[in-house]
Design a protein around this ligand. Structure first.
Ligand code: FAD
Length: 585
């Protein structure tokens, strides 16, 4: 049986047999939708029989039969409702899988660009070209319905999507370098997280409260904070669409909404995260639970996981493992704990120069390395986890492991509203030129931070070097200047190998070493611990967030003058920004 992934919560396949239900469950499927009317073919299993077999295995089941070529809107709504209500991920099937795919595509036609939708289905092996007119009609109808709701369009010189590390840095810097620029930051969250210290909190050496800061304190004076989430883009009209349908116009756009932590991709994880000894420093607020589990562990099996790349701070899944091991060593219980690093990849660290020092710590702590081992499902109360383990000849088998504690790094991908937008690359990430951080098809659009296609280490350290590049190029675009700044791929990972020692890995595109200091940075050092623990938080809040470019001046090259596609916002349009500026003093 071949099953194809259409979305995070949905797989589709041709007709399934009862004998295949156990295998589907083992792959993480939690619910079945049958879209085939009974009796289409003589050898077809009856829906009631399949339902009984599925339920006997704890799988949810629904029968939403549709006739090929005659899918009604009610059936689309029923399918969509079932997908939302049933445990996920769901497997939907019909004779070939085409009807199930069509139902899903029609249910999402209003929110996903038609071409992208057709491509997504084609990638899964289903050609829905015949459905194109109906999909396009639904998309148009949804836009028309949303139109009356939209309020007056506000306009700004610069609109920044996301007020995280990158968004705040860019907005501050633009306001500092180009006085009078109207800047809006679109950010739904009331709290900003200083994520780079989450590992230290999990290791018991940093105060969790200091990592969560009111967003209002981060928004730079002079910027207008739009407390909303962006839902889509209209790059041909230089506008972003907010969740409530309101449009915000821009002369230049900077997109930096971070990435999506895909907790749903590991079956059972969401239900157990934060209890049953299942933790993750990647979830804001959960690092103190990691620390309490580390302290409580006196013996047994401790699992640490790393999903396929790319992820943010690729060192974080192992950094917490070293800090935990060092703590257990100091408590005299290290020999009673079996520590295993389950890494979906095949190497300990992506830049080869840093592997030997890390291997010395792996050996010192007696860590068992399990490469090509990808966490797929977890049962918290039973303290069991299942891994897809790639062996000889890429043969994959499911391996069950017990744990007394587990630290999970979740799979990561581009946010849905980026993935489903015309600004996404094939991979789903926000497409930019890796040097100029400019969108290849829209010259007034820029992107940086974790959300983009740039093949650097996704870190706040990278943001520190990207922000000045994006800022220079935004200003050049606004002013029509013939110059462009370029980014060299710099990123950094302070590897906390023990309490009081850090290996500071700094590298650019292609793994090229880019050390800041004139000594061998592959050596673990106390000075680099002091940098990570005490200096970098100040660099983040007092340098990066204030728009200062200490040790981050970009290289600038000449380029053809850039045209900016729309004129400056009108009097009426720029009023919100000026009001905000006055309020901010
Ligand atoms: P974020 O800082 O994540 O900000 C994205 C912002 O966009 C958020 O405020 C979010 O609310 C907002 N947003 C989301 N959706 C929308 C929407 N639809 N509309 C508008 N706004 C939206 N980096 C280091 O340099 N060193 C480290 O040691 C380090 N360790 C880490 C350890 C852990 C456990 C984690 C989780 C991260 C670590 N990082 C580290 C990585 C670092 O935090 C990120 O790379 C950095 O925050 C990326 O910045 P960003 O602005 O792209 O994304």
């Amino acid at each position: 049986m071949t099953i194809a992934k259409l979305a995070d919560n949905l797989f589709v396949s041709p007709q399934i047999a009862a004998a295949e239900l156990d295998a589907l469950k083992a792959q993480g499927i939690r619910a079945i939708i049958n879209n085939r009317p009974d009796g289409e073919q003589a050898d077809q299993p009856a829906s009631a029989d399949l339902e009984a077999e599925a339920k006997a295995r704890g799988l949810a089941y629904r029968h939403i039969p549709v006739v090929s070529g005659k899918i009604t809107d009610d059936q689309v709504a029923a399918f969509d409702a079932a997908l939302k209500e049933m445990p996920q991920p769901v497997l939907a099937f019909c004779r070939s899988g085409t009807r199930s795919t069509s139902l899903w595509a029609l249910a999402h036609a209003d929110e996903i660009d038609t071409e992208l939708l057709l491509k997504r289905c084609a990638d899964a092996g289903y050609d829905l070209a015949g459905l194109q007119p109906r999909l396009a009609d639904r998309r148009q109808a949804a836009s028309a319905a949303a139109a009356p709701a939209k309020r007056a369009i506000a306009g700004y010189d610069v609109v920044v999507v996301g007020g995280g590390a990158a968004g705040i840095a860019v907005a501050s810097s633009i306001l500092r370098l180009r006085r009078g620029t109207t800047v809006a930051i679109v950010e739904p969250s009331e709290v900003h997280h200083y994520q780079a210290a989450f590992t230290l909190v999990g290791g018991g050496v940093f105060n969790d409260a200091d990592t969560h800061v009111p967003q209002a304190k981060c928004i730079p004076p002079g910027a207008h904070w739009i407390r909303a989430a962006v839902a889509g883009f209209e790059p041909d009209h230089n506008r972003v669409i907010l969740e409530d349908g309101e449009r915000v116009a821009y002369r230049t756009l900077v997109v930096c909404p971070g990435l999506k932590l895909d907790w749903e991709a590991v079956a059972g994880l969401n239900e157990t995260l934060g209890k049953n000894n299942v933790t993750s420093n990647y979830k804001p607020g959960l690092a103190p639970y990691t620390w309490s589990l580390i302290q409580g562990m006196r013996g047994g099996q401790a699992l640490f996981t790393q999903p396929p790349m790319p992820i943010k701070c690729a060192g974080a899944p192992q950094k917490i493992m070293y800090l935990a091991s060092d703590w257990w060593r100091s408590q005299g219980v290290l020999n009673d704990i079996h520590i295993q690093f389950n890494n979906a990849g095949g190497v300990l660290f992506g830049v080869k120069e840093f592997v030997p020092p890390l291997m010395r710590y792996v050996e010192r702590y007696g860590i068992d390395l399990a490469f090509n081992s990808n966490l797929k499902a977890i049962d918290g109360p039973a303290k069991k986890a299942w891994f897809a383990v790639k062996g000889e000849g890429d043969k994959v088998e499911t391996v069950e492991k017990s744990f007394d504690m587990i630290h999970v790094c979740p799979p990561q991908c581009a946010p849905d509203f980026i993935r489903n937008s015309p600004l996404a690359a094939e991979s789903g990430w926000f497409e930019v030129d890796q040097e100029t951080l400019r969108h290849p098809r829209y010259e007034t659009v820029f992107g940086l931070g974790d959300a983009t296609t740039t093949p650097n280490a996704k870190t706040a350290a990278a943001v520190r070097k990207q922000a000045p590049v994006a800022v220079r190029n935004v200003i050049a675009a606004l002013d029509g200047k013939p110059e462009e700044a370029v980014y060299d791929g710099y990123g950094s990972c302070p590897l906390t190998v023990e309490r009081g020692k850090v290996v500071l890995a700094e590298f650019g595109y292609g793994g090229k070493l880019m050390p800041t200091f004139p000594f061998d940075q592959t050596k673990p050092r106390w000075s680099m611990w002091v940098l990570k623990r005490h200096i970098l938080p100040h660099m983040y809040f007092d340098v990066l967030f204030k728009g200062r470019e200490w040790m981050a001046k970009p290289k600038v090259v000449r380029s053809a003058p850039k045209r900016v596609a729309i004129a400056a916002p009108t009097e009426a349009e720029s009023r919100p920004a000026r009001a905000a500026k006055r309020a901010a003093g």
